[in-house]
Ligand binder design. Structure first.
Ligand SMILES: Nc1ncnc2c1ncn2[C@@H]1O[C@H](COP(=O)(O)OP(=O)(O)OP(=O)(O)O)[C@@H](O)[C@H]1O
Ligand SMILES: [Mg+2]
Length: 315
């Protein structure tokens, strides 16, 4: 049985700019199931990081609703969010910037435990830090080290251990391995997956890298210019992508994968500006199947009978 942990409805984030509002997030609908990995893929600038900042209430939404564990948190202020922060962890893209260079590994991982009053005595903190470091495959001797003494991969493991320390319900991972070598990436993704299963965690990954998302995701979303164009169980999307943008994105995967049916669609042209997205379907200027209707009418994000949702007039 799966249950919805988090849901966003018609979520928008528009940033003011001299040229008009930047529609970074422009009407997102999604559901995150408890205990699953949701992977959202989309090209640079499509609004992924903005979406998670709004979901975490680090940015105020322009419109829409954010529901977490059945509670509507859209209007929650700083104080109401404080008690919820513990439930929502975050792992950042760049481990070099994410860790305070003046703190030891022990201080970094134990800090959230202290802040949230989950452990105070040094002995208690020590037990938990050791357990978290072991879960992320780190040698516990490293707890007295400073970030600059560690490799990028080790730093990112510390970032994950810190995010897991307070036993959140969900962890948001923004390009968690893109700063790392491929071999290190694979190891970290395995550790993450193992920790997720053991701790019954829910992950929300975002990345421009389809190779990462297709490895980690149970449920996959494809984002284009502030909107999700297709979403559903990963196996379904990989086997038979429907939206022309999804098909183009998958066709650009460098190494052939027997799970992916190479489609005829090649993505050409530039992504339009989020200040002036095209009317109708915002993919229409790049779409090989464009019809008259696509230039006028925005397609509805429809759930199909196979369990996926797609926003395209062809379906
Ligand atoms: N604070 C801001 N003010 C104005 N525009 C912003 C702001 N933050 C983001 N944007 C714009 O919103 C759009 C989406 O940006 P965002 O960083 O969310 O994309 P992204 O998908 O995370 O990209 P990347 O893969 O490069 O990290 C971009 O056009 C960006 O320039
Ligand atoms: Mg980003």
């Amino acid at each position: 049985m799966s249950s919805t942990l988090m849901e966003v409805r018609n979520l928008k984030k528009h940033f003011p700019s001299p040229a008009g509002p930047v529609k970074a997030v422009d009407g997102i609908n999604l559901k995150i199931e408890q205990g699953k990995s949701f992977g959202l893929v989309g090209e640079s600038g499509c609004g992924k990081s903005t979406l998670i900042r709004v979901m975490l209430k680090l940015l105020e939404p322009t419109e829409g609703e954010i529901i977490f564990q059945g509670q509507d948190i859209t209007k929650y202020g700083f104080r109401e969010m404080r008690s919820l922060r513990k439930e929502m962890g975050m792992v950042f893209q760049d481990p070099h910037l994410a860790l305070n260079p003046k703190m030891t590994v022990f201080d970094i991982i134990s800090r959230p435990l202290k802040i949230h009053g989950l452990a105070r005595k040094k002995g208690e903190l020590m037990v938990q830090v050791v357990e978290l470091m072991q879960a992320m495959g780190l040698q516990t001797e490293h707890m007295i080290r400073f970030p600059h003494e560690l490799s990028g991969g080790q730093k990112q493991r510390i970032g994950v251990a810190r995010a897991m320390a307070v036993e959140p319900k969900i962890i948001f991972l923004d390009e968690p391995t893109s700063a790392l070598d491929v071999s290190v990436q694979t190891k970290i993704l395995k550790l993450l997956e193992q920790a997720r299963r053991e701790r019954d965690l829910t992950f929300f990954y975002i990345s421009h890298d389809i190779n990462l998302i297709r490895v980690v995701a149970d449920i996959m979303g494809v984002m284009y210019l502030g909107k999700i164009v297709e979403m559903g169980p990963k196996a379904l999307l990989l086997k038979d992508p429907h939206h022309p943008y999804t098909r183009g994105l998958f066709a650009a995967v460098p190494e052939p994968d027997p799970d992916i049916i190479i489609s005829e669609i090649q993505l050409t042209g530039e992504v339009p500006s989020p200040v002036n997205p095209p009317p109708g379907c915002n993919f229409n200027p790049r779409c090989p199947h464009v019809m008259d209707r696509c230039r006028k009418e925005e397609p509805e994000f429809k759930e199909l009978s196979d369990g996926r949702s797609v926003a395209c007039h062809l379906y």
